[in-house]
Design a binder for this molecule. Structure first.
Ligand SMILES: *Cc1c(COP(=O)(O)O)cnc(C)c1O
Length: 371
């Protein structure tokens, strides 16, 4: 039993730290004693280990997922006058990266079943200025990549995958982030592979893109003090890399736990009215960064309030589609499915070590809220 006063967070990272504490502390001590804090052996080793994990040729650590996106766009040569097709139902950083390189985001509505880009609506938005398609594997569920690959081929445009929420997830057996030209990953603490601070990574099989991205993260220089282009300061630091090296070998196991926990929620919520539980398309291996349900019949806000009153952290990702945010108010897009999702979604407490008791408590509270 969970007592009525017990607070249930959306995510609890403490059980993970409890199991890894000695190895994380060893890793941190190793870096502190080495005195080398940027661009050292830990980052190089982590990049090798991620490249092996993803089965990709190059992996380049950067400062955040946001930087991974925007350095990738820069490395692809996307700039002013160019258009990048993406989803309105994502974290703002996806579109922000597009604006940062001076390009224009072109939003395409979502498939209501997966919350991801509706691939049937992309082609009509392609223009001679379209440089890149930027699909986001939202909540850990892969985008249907085959139609996007076909369009990229047909119109000679790049694909940049936003894998911030889906590290370890798969599309038709292939790791997400290795299907397009570039994959951009985030190690923000709440992500499936989370650092103890900010971090990100760019994965690619293209040696030219990799070389440019490597330069861009350190002021556009291959060799110190021989700057060739104008770059940035966006490095993954040694402490984060050392911590991530401890965690990476556990990622698949955590993702498997996420899948089991999602199944348990699906079963617990099966007979609750006005709820649609998440689906997994045949092509996808979902890694449930979030466990997100739809609450139908305009009852979402009421249900959320009731859960909060019951000390259960239920959260809305995302309440306003990106195309409708004030910063993009001059862009006119009519995207009904994104709006519908924004008004219906609710993410439930979810982490790999959540107990069955807590899950039952959440499910019971939801049932009560919807009764
Ligand atoms: C978290 C996230 C980002 C940004 O990653 P940061 O590491 O926080 O900069 C980008 N896109 C999506 C979809 C995200 O969830």
């Amino acid at each position: 039993m969970v007592s009525k006063d017990e607070f249930v967070p959306l995510l609890d990272s403490k059980p993970q730290y409890a199991t890894l504490k000695p190895s994380i502390q060893d890793a941190v001590n190793r870096v502190l004693q080495s005195g080398q804090f940027v661009m050292g052996p830990e980052v190089r080793a982590f990049e090798r280990e991620v490249a092996r994990y993803l089965n990709t040729r190059y992996a380049i650590g950067v400062n955040s997922g946001t930087d991974a996106l925007f350095i990738s766009l820069h490395a692809l040569g996307v700039g002013p006058g160019d258009e990048v097709i993406t989803t309105p139902f994502t974290f703002f950083a996806t579109a922000e990266a597009i604006s940062h390189v001076g390009a224009t985001p072109v939003f395409v509505d979502i498939d209501p079943r997966t919350f991801n880009l509706d691939t049937e609506l992309i082609e009509e938005k392609i223009t001679p200025r379209t440089k890149t398609i930027l699909p986001v594997h939202l909540f850990g569920h892969g985008v249907d990549m085959a139609p996007i690959l076909a369009l990229a081929e047909k119109y000679d445009i790049f694909i940049l995958e936003d894998v911030a929420q889906a590290f370890g997830g798969k599309y038709q057996g292939r790791k997400l982030g290795t299907i397009g030209d570039i994959g951009a990953f985030s190690f923000f603490p709440s992500k499936n592979l989370g650092a103890c601070g900010d971090g990100g990574l760019i994965a690619t099989n293209d040696s030219k893109i990799a070389e440019l991205a490597r330069m861009l993260r350190v002021h556009g220089a291959k060799e110190k003090y021989r700057n060739e282009v104008v770059g940035y300061n966006s490095r993954l630091d040694e402490l984060q890399a050392a911590i991530l090296r401890v965690k990476l070998p556990h990622l698949d196991q955590w993702n498997a736990q996420r899948r089991r926990i999602a199944e348990r929620y699906n079963e617990l919520l099966e007979d609750v009215p006005d709820i649609a539980t998440p689906i997994e398309a045949a092509y996808a291996e979902h890694v449930y960064h979030q466990y997100t349900v739809r609450i139908k019949n305009q009852r979402r806000d009421e249900v959320k309030e009731k859960l909060i009153k019951a000390h259960i952290s239920a959260t809305v990702y995302y309440p306003i589609p990106v195309h409708a945010l004030p910063v993009y108010s001059d862009l006119q897009f009519d995207l009904p499915q994104a709006w519908k999702a924004a008004s219906e979604v609710l993410s439930l407490p979810f982490w790999p070590q959540i107990s069955r008791t807590v899950q039952e408590h959440v499910a019971d509270s939801l049932r009560e809220a919807l009764a």
